[in-house]
Design a binder for this molecule. Sequence first.
Ligand code: ATP
Ligand code: MG
Length: 462
Amino acid sequence: MWRIDTISIFVIVVVTILFIGLVKLIQKVRSPNHGIFDFKRDYDSASDNPEFEEMAGEDESTYLGKSNNNKNVWVKNNARHVFICGTTGSGKTIALSNFIKSGSTYGYPMLLVDGKGDTDSGSVLEITKKLCKNKKLYVINLNDPENSDKYNPFQNTNVDIIKDMLINMTNWSEEHYKYNTERYIARLCHLLELKKIDIAFDSLTEYLWTDAFVKLSLSLEKEKLITKAEHLENVELSKTSGKIAESASARFATIRDSALGQIFDASGIDIYSALKENAVILFVLNPLVYPEMSPLIGNLVVIDSKKAVSNFFSDKKSRIFYLLDEISSYANVSLLDLVNKSRSANVTCVLATQSISDLDKVSSEFKEQIIENCNNYIFLRQNSPVNANYLADVLGTRETMQATYQIREEAGEAKSTELGSLRKVHEYLYHPNEIKTLKIGNAIYLSRDEMVHTKVKIFKSF
Ligand SMILES: Nc1ncnc2c1ncn2[C@@H]1O[C@H](COP(=O)(O)OP(=O)(O)OP(=O)(O)O)[C@@H](O)[C@H]1O
Ligand SMILES: [Mg+2]
């Protein structure tokens, strides 16, 4: 009897030890850094990545800063787009400035857009002037139209791009109106070409009006450059579609007749020409002073940069940086198209915005697509729980094991039964609370291109 009890106890002890050992071993294998995730105990360690390794290698890269395990953090310059998101003052522009510095060091042509148009000491304009001293710099500046470089988005263009520019200045509820207007714009471009009139901001503003369009057509008929039948067709087209095109012209006219009109000139530069001469071209928008015209011009810039992408696609140039700060002031579907198409033309886009809700304002599909099309994220502080949760979801979760122990009550006290179960759970890679409490200049960096992630203290390079 005594012998059996001893053996039983011995077996129970051995089995218990083996079970606990097995549980610990599984935990260790599945989650080497953290064991079972306990929010209080493991919160801090769960939110860093001690295994983060330096990645720069031989590739052209941008230095971003130091990881929390004191390794250098690099972003490859051929990154398939970078998305920076952080509340006001959290350090987006400083993060972006590292790409300006890198582009300048490697001698890349660069397009920069500052959607907010700051003029203070931390502005994109000031940073670019400091970091791009060795490069030709064009500044199209809505804050100072008088001294701005001149801009002509209609250079190096074709009818399709002009249609795109004009059509995107209006919201179209009815597709057939859009189609008719496109026909009208295409015809106008054809007539201007026949008349040898340069297609520029001024000429389009003037000839989009139906009266001017019909007069132009008539004069070409008199010069026998078009037939009578063609002229009559033009008159008909002006009646059915011209009125809508006039609304685009009216918008152009508002810009032309304002102080901003000085920025546009047929002799001005376009993005493609600036990048081709390996320069830096910076657009400083000003949504505060020009709340309606600023997004329109931002939109022109996006379509102009798409034009540059399609030209570079055939040129097969070296790396080009498109660094777009505060995209919310001009974000629309054209921007998405730009991001989609630029990858194959060796263009790396870095997009910065304050919050994910900014993108929602365009549409939730737009937000999803931006996230989908950017493989690299630099997330700075977010104030809103909704935004922090969303970003934490974007960063993702890791699988870990969670052990549950059975408890029994003995004399009013909870005691372990030493029995339990193990199950797989998902915990946030970076918890929303952490995104809400990041200090200025501290970020979470995750790259799906390189499959790495870490917290990073962003380097201030100037
Ligand atoms: N990595 C950093 N190192 C040192 N200082 C920083 C860093 N990031 C931000 N700062 C400080 O915070 C200020 C604000 O940074 P920054 O202009 O980059 O923020 P932002 O997110 O672009 O803000 P806004 O939304 O107003 O444009 C900077 O002028 C600088 O003083
Ligand atoms: Mg900024």
